[in-house]
Design a protein around this ligand. Structure first.
Ligand SMILES: [Zn+2]
Length: 305
């Protein structure tokens, strides 16, 4: 047996990372658990002497990250944004990443039934964002985790994944999306199509923030309570993976185009800060959501909500 048995079972409170109202919508942050990635890769050219103050490294130089899935109940739709690492990794990769495959338990703890989810959005198709799109069974078969959902991803992500470039082929696992394309459940978005109609369902729309990948999608959630003002949340995905990455130049070594990521962060802040958006972080286990302000030095900082 593996040492996974030694990992204590998660507390129910750990399985649901946050819950909040947004106008008439309800947002729940579920989790696929935590995983570990090399701290240097997560902070690009930033020296370790600086980043380790924000994200302490273990003896293998890895830092702890979360895998946040957002469930939005709009009243008419149940929308899932991102699906974690999933259960298709081999034993070696599980050992490298130390991940726990918790999303099904997390959804159950939050009272979300996979059958009631009718929309799944993937911001991009890296292994740690779309893993539970499908479930691997003991007989080797792979089936959709959300049998009644329409899935959405950018066509360019699928094409990039299929090219299997040396730089990032380990991040693209086709069983996470090919079965859904083949059975017709996945709609492939295009840049032109998003420009014409960014709305997925009423109140939920997508926008491109390229840099980490060429077609990285941010997901806007906008809702109004009865007679109240509109409220805005944004799942900004790997443009800003954690609250330790808020400084515009603190971009990841993984980014395909770091200069573009910096420019896109600045563009994001131009709206997110003055309009007081609720920002949802894909890989921040401790602070999955925050508002962003500028401190007295003019640097963006998170204020926990
Ligand atoms: Zn990621």
């Amino acid at each position: 047996m593996t040492d996974r048995l030694l990992i204590a079972p998660p507390e129910a409170a750990d399985l649901v990372r946050a819950r909040t109202g947004l106008g008439s919508f309800e947002l729940t942050i579920c989790t696929d658990g935590t995983y570990r990635l090399d701290g240097g890769a997560m902070f690009g050219v930033v020296p370790k002497t600086l980043w380790q103050k924000r994200a302490p490294a273990d003896e293998q130089n890895r830092i702890l990250l979360g895998l946040n899935t957002v469930v939005v109940r709009t009243g008419r739709h149940v929308v899932v944004i991102e699906t974690g690492i999933g259960n298709k990794q081999n034993e070696k990769m599980r050992e490298v990443h130390q991940n726990q495959e918790l999303l099904p338990q997390s959804l159950a703890a939050a009272g979300v039934r996979p059958e009631e989810v009718d929309v799944v959005i993937n911001t991009h198709l890296h292994f740690d964002h779309c893993g539970w799109n499908t479930t691997l069974h003991s007989d080797g078969s792979v089936t959709p985790t959300f049998p009644n959902a329409r899935y959405f991803a950018h066509r360019g992500e699928v094409e990039h994944g299929h090219m299997q470039y040396e730089r990032d082929r380990v991040s693209y696992l086709s069983p996470n999306y090919d079965p859904l394309i083949e059975n017709g459940q996945m709609t492939l978005l295009t840049t032109e199509g998003i420009a014409q109609n960014p709305e997925i369902v009423p109140g939920i729309s997508v926008e491109l923030f390229p840099g980490h990948t060429r077609q990285l999608i941010g997901v806007h959630i906008e809702a109004r309570s009865h007679g109240g003002a509109a409220e805005h949340a944004c799942y900004i995905s790997d443009l800003i993976p954690t609250t330790a990455h808020l400084d515009p130049p603190w971009v990841m070594g993984y980014d395909l185009d770091p200069l573009e990521s910096i420019a896109q962060r600045k563009r994001f802040y131009q709206r997110a800060i003055p309009e007081r958006w609720l920002v949802l972080f894909t890989h921040d286990h401790q602070t999955p959501m925050a508002r962003i302000e500028l401190n007295d030095k003019g640097k963006p900082v998170a204020t926990r909500v």
